[in-house]
Design a protein around this ligand. Structure first.
Ligand SMILES: Cc1cc2nc3c(=O)[nH]c(=O)nc-3n(C[C@H](O)[C@H](O)[C@H](O)COP(=O)(O)O)c2cc1C
Length: 172
């Protein structure tokens, strides 16, 4: 039956439930699936259908967020010229990071990963997904209203984004 809370219509939620054995099996399988994801730094230029990218972003957009403000924007880039500009800008930032911003300790912690300032993959990968956080929204009077738990909400959405990408058999 339809329920009203503070004058707002609420849609009843029905959770799927499982036996103890099913829960153990499902949770273990899901753990193994997530554990097989890796941060990848070398990409193929093989084409990926745009619909896959749309579905991945739709999945990320189901993330919970502070007061359900969904304080994110996902921008997708496939244009080669724009990807080259993004690579150049990212490499410039990374040069500052590696040469100035990062502490000795930070560089030492990164050493086993073998990362550096070279971001060639930003031109190779068929799609770049750029995630923006929206710190505030504008009301009808063009006044700023701060969003809530923005970093946490966007962080969760990114976690769901990379899981959706992994589920599609792609890499991040
Ligand atoms: C907030 C954050 C920042 C990261 N920054 C970088 C980065 O700048 N360059 C990079 O190659 N990997 C980066 N990574 C990936 C981590 O190095 C990687 O998640 C970690 O080594 C564990 O490996 P895995 O993702 O394959 O499990 C970052 C990950 C997170 C969550």
């Amino acid at each position: 039956m339809e329920k009203m809370i503070n004058g707002f219509r609420h849609i009843p939620y029905k959770a799927e439930s499982f036996s103890a054995e099913e829960m153990i099996q499902r949770s273990e399988e899901f753990y193994h699936f997530l554990d097989s994801r890796r941060s990848v730094r070398h990409f193929s230029d093989e084409k990926v259908p745009e619909e896959v990218i749309r579905n991945i972003i739709r999945s990320a957009g189901t993330a919970p967020s502070g007061a359900h403000k969904q304080p994110w924007k996902f921008c997708v880039v496939s244009n080669s010229k724009l990807k080259s500009k993004i690579r150049a800008a990212a490499e410039k930032e990374e040069q500052e990071n590696y040469n100035i911003r990062m502490s000795e300790r930070w560089l030492k912690d990164l050493a086993p990963l073998g990362t550096d300032t070279n971001k060639e993959f930003l031109e190779t990968a068929p799609w770049l997904i750029i995630v923006f956080k929206e710190v505030y929204e504008l009301n009808e009077q063009n006044e700023k209203h701060t969003h809530y738990y923005v970093n946490e909400s966007v962080g969760i959405a990114c976690g769901m984004l990379i899981s959706a990408i992994h589920n599609a058999g792609l890499v991040t």
